[in-house]
Design a protein around this ligand. Structure first.
Ligand SMILES: *Cc1c(COP(=O)(O)O)cnc(C)c1O
Length: 393
């Protein structure tokens, strides 16, 4: 399929590999391996695989390849490699490209597991990591140096929704020859402009908006063909982080409807943020689509929308926040995001429990903070749900 088709067309059709039966829905090639027509063919395939030639599902699989082609076409990168989870993508991309003596600069406001990979794992193998406040460009500029091999950031941070100026950070990184690696989950593939803003490697947890229905784990690394095939693939095919064909099929079908879902969820998030922003029981409503968000202008310039996640800071603290969580009838308490169901999370006691109190405070993870991933329910029901729950304080 040609490259100048619109994103929504690509999300529906791109990458499909029809078998001789001409099935409409993508086939699930639930097979660990592939039969060779002859010993010579097996030898030839191990020497060099051509297009649509597969050896072993840890290396590649037709259903997985269809998902990789579709997400790469959507993101605007030359290639992509699918992984068993979002964290397999983050750790795989970083470990594949880094070696002892390399230096990495990373934003500090990260998903807990990303922080663990950078702070606890990479450093064990001789990689030096400098953490900065991602919204402070002077800190990025001061931290990079000639041996900086990569910068890492979440373009929109979890759970406090800080938006990092990707173009500015990419310019700083590229000036010293470092690669820009972004975890783009909160921006979503629908609103991403990461390639045009200078990101070299773009990572998604497919578990979030790509599945969008809370069913399966998956992840993907998007980048140049050279980076994906020469750096990422050798590492991942030998270390075993492959996506299962069944989960790839779920993700392929998730991509088909992702644009509609994410836009509807973002519109509801905007409406809900506006409905709650002046509620006296909330110290803050954090959503990049609100004009008073500190990086509202950056978010507007670098994303095609403001995302599906917001945070509400209950002024009276933890007990009051728990009362709100327990009173919600529509939104459920869990820790996924990007799901069709609205999901609320109390980061301080769950996803970010591990962090010491001073780090929580520095990241804005207050005792009253509730993260809300807005789903596909009627927005009027969600607004009522929160108003009634806030009355329980
Ligand atoms: C969920 C998430 C991940 C990890 O993804 P998994 O699929 O759960 O492994 C990484 N980064 C961000 C920002 C996430 O939200």
């Amino acid at each position: 399929m040609t490259q100048d088709l619109g994103k929504r067309t690509r999300m529906v059709h791109h990458g499909a590999r029809r078998s001789q039966y001409g099935e409409v829905a993508e086939a699930i090639y639930l097979t660990q391996g592939f039969v060779y027509p002859s010993a010579e063919a097996a030898e030839a395939r191990f020497l060099k695989t051509g297009p649509d030639e597969f050896i072993y599902a840890r290396y590649g699989n037709p259903t997985v390849a269809a998902f990789e082609d579709r997400i790469a076409a959507l993101e605007g990168t030359e290639d992509a490699f699918a992984t068993a989870s979002g964290m397999a993508a983050v750790s795989g991309a970083l470990t594949a490209m880094l070696r002892a003596g390399d230096h990495v600069v990373s934003s500090r406001a990260l998903f807990g597991s990303c922080l663990y990979v950078l702070e606890e794992i990479l450093t064990r193998y001789g990689v030096e990591v400098t953490f900065v406040d991602g919204t402070d460009l002077a800190q990025w500029a001061a931290a990079v140096r000639p041996e900086t091999r990569a910068v890492f950031l979440e373009t929109v941070s979890n759970p406090t929704l800080e938006v990092i100026d990707l173009k500015a950070v990419a310019d700083i990184a590229h000036a010293v020859g470092a690669l820009v690696v972004v975890d783009n989950v909160f921006a979503t593939p629908v609103f991403s402009r990461a390639v045009e803003l200078g990101a070299d490697v773009i990572i998604y947890s497919a578990t979030k908006h790509i599945d969008g229905q809370g069913r399966a784990l998956g992840g993907v690394i998007c980048g140049t063909q050279d980076f994906i095939r020469k750096t990422v693939e050798p590492y991942l095919k030998h270390t075993g982080g492959a996506l299962s064909p069944f989960n790839a099929w779920i993700m392929l079908n998730g991509l088909t409807t992702m644009d509609l879902r994410v836009r509807a969820q973002a519109a509801s998030a905007q409406a809900l943020a506006e409905a709650l922003k002046d509620d006296p029981r909330l110290a803050r409503v954090i959503y990049p689509g609100l004009p008073d968000h500190p990086q509202h202008a950056i978010a507007k310039a670098q994303m095609g929308g403001f995302g599906t996640v917001m945070a509400l800071d209950v002024a009276a603290g933890k007990e009051a926040a728990f009362r709100v969580l327990n009173a919600l009838q529509v939104a459920v308490i869990s820790n996924n995001l990007g799901d069709a169901r609205s999901i609320v999370t109390h980061p301080a006691t769950t996803t970010h429990q591990r962090l010491p109190d001073d780090q929580k405070a520095a990241l804005g993870i207050t005792p009253g903070l509730i993260r809300l991933s807005v789903g596909l329910e009627d927005v009027a029901d969600l607004i009522d749900d929160f108003r009634i729950a806030l009355d329980m304080i």
